[in-house]
Design a binder for this molecule. Structure first.
Ligand code: GLU
Length: 280
């Protein structure tokens, strides 16, 4: 087994743009420099927005950029039973509760100002509900206080090698309660499983030793490390890289079709020019 295994994990919901290309090239380069492996994972749990056409275009773009992945591609839509197994483990630890709050309910509960509680943390309306009360259509939330109490003797930690947050990070329970709260792990309907749970589980499934991804995902790391530790799965090293921004300083998004790799290819640009454009 290689000492350095990393992955590129796009969601096939649109074309790859310059920001994705930078992430994929950096991941690939770091894996090759380390004599390790570069894996590909399609994060297609959003069944409504994920399309086989985007999956095919992403593979074509990566090949055109000269990025070849090792081994088979893991598709998350083929892993749904495995996620259920992990949710069952968390339920057996009494760490989940059903939640019927709509987005509007959550907003209304939050609109009464609560001291020290940042805006996007779930106010806990359904917190006292038991799993046996779960109705069809309820989401499942992590009971963070109980999760942290369970880990209190050996609080999770992780290493970050990216420039902005470089160093060892210890999970601070108070900060986690204020910044993360009781996140939704599973939702009936379009998003069956929360992205950050599926992604963390698959990092373990694929034996990822180094997660290399954009700085916009740094804030998910603490919750992913908590979940991995609860599930007795290995915690990788993280490397969050700079984001490629447009001329107004905004992070590129899927809708930025003008910067789609396929558009540059059609215009006659070369992979080397793409590397230069993103500063590699
Ligand atoms: N699928 C996520 C995205 O396309 C990336 C997840 C990750 O790298 O952890 O933004």
């Amino acid at each position: 087994m290689a000492d350095f295994i990393t992955r590129f994990a796009p969601s096939p919901t649109g074309p790859l743009h310059l920001g994705h290309a930078y992430s994929a090239m950096l991941c690939h380069d770091m894996a090759r420099t380390a004599g390790g492996q570069f894996l590909l994972r399609m994060e297609d749990t959003d069944l409504q927005r994920s399309k086989p056409e985007w999956d095919a275009l992403i593979r074509k773009d990566l090949a055109w950029l000269g990025l070849y992945w090792d081994g088979p591609v893991l598709r998350q839509s083929a892993q749904l039973t495995s996620y259920d197994g992990y949710l069952t483990q968390l339920a057996a630890l009494d760490l989940l509760y059903p939640c019927s709050c709509s987005r509007a309910d959550i907003r209304a509960a939050l609109s009464a100002p609560q001291e020290g509680q940042p805006h996007d943390v779930y106010p806990g309306t359904c917190k006292s509900r038991a799993m046996s009360d779960r109705n069809k259509g309820d989401a499942l939330r992590l009971h963070l206080d109980r999760a942290l109490a369970l880990l209190a003797d050996d609080l999770p930690r992780f290493q970050e090698t990216g420039k902005t947050h470089k160093g060892a990070h210890n999970i601070d329970p108070e900060q986690a309660a204020q910044q993360i709260g009781d996140v939704v792990l599973s939702r009936k309907g379009e998003d069956i499983i929360a992205y950050f749970l599926a992604s963390a589980i698959d990092d373990a499934t694929q034996g990822i030793t180094h997660v290399i991804r954009g700085e916009d995902l740094f804030d998910f790391t603490a919750i992913q490390v908590i979940l991995l530790t609860l599930l007795n799965l290995p915690v990788p090293t993280y490397h969050h890289h700079r984001l490629i921004r447009d001329e107004n300083g905004k992070r590129l998004a899927k809708r930025d079709d003008a910067r789609a790799i396929s558009t540059y290819r059609d215009e006659g640009k070369t992979p080397d020019q793409i590397r230069q454009m993103v500063g590699l």
